[in-house]
Design a protein. Structure first.
Length: 293
């Protein structure tokens, strides 16, 4: 296979900000990566002119990385599906409008977003809230940034645990060319999907949503068995999805152009991504790799 876009979630922080993010990704042997423009738990953001974007982009260019494969993730607390709390909803819409501007400032083309939770209002009301919210967010935005709705595990009142729910959202968005999907292997397994026959799974995704809408893949193992609806990531090859299944996702020819991002747990306060990426690239599992930490 000529192309393999494989990376991880990489932190961005002072003093080097985006330049430091790019350096860290390169040090771990990555040719794509995902980051947050600020803390994932809140909406506090620094002005983009302080984030060393030009320096980071220059390093990307000098290293030969494809800038179109870089991904930004929106914070977890953004919830367009909450139609019962007007303040929460207004915050989500206003933040996402500004976040699209920040994503554009980084020259990144994909923003991953958790669809949201209906918090008791019901799945149909939540889906309509997400549709209306996305239409409001995208209405006046003139960038070409795409929002990738992430597949969810289905815990609590989460929306997006079924392909059909994401398809309904996409079908309701006016600017359909601006929305797609981020498929998370842990999430869909916890949601009940069988990952062991990838071609069958991709056929189902293509039938319900369309493979042309698949923009990002999160490569994570799962602590839980299929259908647990719990969303607890495990390191590569030590969870219940298994190494060979995840290798199939990484190397599958139908997914060749899609950036694949690891979000596995740190070990002894250190990111494990360099070792996990080596194993996934080589298709060889090292049973003792975690003891290196």
């Amino acid at each position: 296979m000529d192309k393999l876009y494989l990376g991880s979630h990489v932190n961005m922080g002072a003093p080097d900000y985006y330049l430091g993010t790019v350096k860290a990704a390169l040090d771990m042997g990555e040719n794509c990566f995902m980051f947050y423009t600020g803390a994932p738990q809140n909406t506090i953001r620094k002005p983009t002119n302080l984030l060393k974007i030009d320096e980071g982009r220059a390093l990307l260019k000098n290293s030969g990385l494809d800038e179109s494969k870089i991904v930004i993730h929106a914070p977890y607390i953004v919830n367009l599906g909450n139609v019962t709390n007007s303040k929460t909803r207004e915050l989500a819409i206003s933040f996402l409008k500004e976040e699209l501007k920040r994503v554009n400032a980084f020259h990144v083309k994909t923003l991953v977003l958790h669809p949201g939770s209906h918090v008791g209002a019901g799945i149909d009301a939540g889906i309509q809230g997400i549709i209306d919210g996305l239409n409001e967010v995208l209405k006046d935005d003139q960038s070409d940034v795409k929002i990738a709705l992430e597949t969810m595990a289905g815990k609590g009142s989460e929306i997006g645990a079924k392909f059909e729910e994401l398809a309904k959202i996409i079908n309701g968005v006016i600017k359909k060319d601006r929305v797609g999907v981020c498929l998370d292997t842990c999430h869909i397994s916890d949601a009940g999907y069988d990952l062991s026959n990838l071609n069958k799974l991709l056929d189902e995704f293509d039938r319900v949503i369309g493979l042309d809408k698949l923009l990002v893949i999160h490569i994570n193992d799962s602590i839980n068995s299929r259908g647990a609806h719990k969303d607890r990531h495990a390191n590569i090859g030590v969870g219940l999805i298994g190494f060979n299944v995840l290798v199939n996702f990484v190397h599958h020819p139908r997914l060749v152009e899609i950036p694949k991002i690891l979000e596995t747990p740190w070990i002894n306060e250190k990111p494990p991504y360099a070792e996990e990426i080596k194993m996934l690239k080589s298709k060889q599992f090292d049973a003792n790799w975690a003891y290196k930490f």
